[in-house]
Design a protein around this ligand. Structure first.
Ligand code: NAD
Ligand code: UDP
Length: 311
């Protein structure tokens, strides 16, 4: 199989490239490096089955090789990033998704959209099942990301219904691991950096909001399985092990053996209070569930950040 991965130089995209290469695929990665990094490609850049194309997928793109699958992962993903690039985020979620679907249609390739737990907004149902329609503020600051992804899901279903494209939608919950950008502003890189250099850990609000963190190789495995099905409705992929942000800070301090203190900072606008995936559908459909616990995953990720910081 030959697979196109948009956002291939990003955190998740680069792990996908690596997995698809390991499965014997040819991989074409397309990325404009807005939030990604060519260094993420270093482990496989010289693989003859890999090709990198520098391109903004919000503009049309023609791929010369015959493709069997298109995975659309290009988009800023960290709240700090999408607040810095609100219009690019809306464009890559809408125009970029349209272009990626057009490529899949032209090549009669499978298509997979990277959607997000953010389509549930600040959820009023807990845990979140795929049947929940969400609670999103369209004019709030996070709306640029949430609504772009909701539009992307609608566009994907329309290409399936109208053009018969074999589409897939994964709703990704908070994922972590090596190759996250140290300064992407997400909670894990922030806390790990702060713990390792001895700065206070910036807990937003009272720290009682929850998240459920999934290690990246588990996510990639779920995505790989989903792509090979003929299932078109959204599927949550995440680790249901839920934790408050304050507990998370304490876990990272302990792991780093750090004496940093906690510094409370204002809670960002529309920050979801609770988030936990219901993964019944993924279990039944894909026989998938996460294998890497937080202990192990955080340890592996901290090793990566230690090297990055030079400690
Ligand atoms: P990331 O920022 O590391 O990767 C995104 C990549 O997309 C970057 O390499 C960036 O340069 C590229 N990109 C952005 N706009 C582009 C454009 N117009 N054209 C070409 N390339 C473009 O983020 P990530 O965490 O790896 O997220 C990847 C995908 O997964 C995103 O679509 C995101 O919405 C989704 N997702 C991630 C998470 C998570 O926890 N990491 C959760 C839910 C959904
Ligand atoms: N957060 C925090 N300190 C930080 C960064 C984030 O307390 O330095 C909180 C944030 O308010 C949110 C949670 O951690 O409640 C997860 O934030 P992140 O930006 O990683 O992703 P989100 O799940 O909000 O998209």
């Amino acid at each position: 199989m030959r697979t196109l991965i948009t956002g291939g130089a990003g955190f998740i995209g680069s792990h996908l490239c690596e997995r698809f290469l390991a499965e014997g695929h040819e991989v074409v990665a397309v990325d404009n490096l807005l939030t990604g990094n060519l260094e993420n490609l270093d482990p496989f850049r010289s693989n003859p089955r890999f090709r990198f194309v520098g391109h903004d997928v919000s503009n049309p793109l023609k791929v010369r090789e015959k493709l069997d699958a298109v995975l659309h992962f290009a988009s800023p993903a960290s709240p700090v990033d999408y607040l810095e690039f609100p219009i690019q985020t809306l464009k890559v979620g809408s125009l970029g998704t349209h272009n990626a679907l057009g490529i899949a249609k032209a090549h009669q390739a499978r298509f997979l959209l990277a959607s997000t737990s953010e389509v549930y907004g600040d959820p009023l149902e807990h845990p979140q099942t795929e049947s929940y329609w969400g609670n999103v503020n369209p004019v709030g600051v996070r709306g640029v990301y949430d609504e772009a992804k909701r539009f992307a899901e609608s566009m994907t279903m329309a290409y399936h219904r109208v053009h018969g494209v074999n589409t897939h939608i994964v709703r990704i919950f908070n994922t972590y691991g090596p190759r996250m950008r140290l300064n992407d502003g997400r909670v894990l890189p922030n806390f790990m950096y702060q713990a390792l250099v001895g700065e206070p850990l910036s807990v937003y609000g009272d720290g009682k909001q929850t998240r459920s963190f999934c290690y990246v190789t588990d996510l990639v495995d779920g995505i790989y399985r989903l792509l090979l099905t003929d299932y078109h409705d959204p599927v949550n992929i995440g680790n249901p092990a839920e934790i408050t942000i304050l507990e998370f800070a304490e876990e990272i301090l302990k792991l780093a053996g750090s004496a940093s203190r906690i510094a409370y900072k204002p809670l960002p606008q529309d920050d979801p209070k609770l988030r936990q995936p219901d993964i019944t559908r993924a279990r039944q459909l894909l026989g998938w569930e996460p294998k890497v616990g937080r202990d192990d995953g955080l340890r592996r990720t901290m090793e990566y950040f230690k090297k990055k910081i030079g400690k």
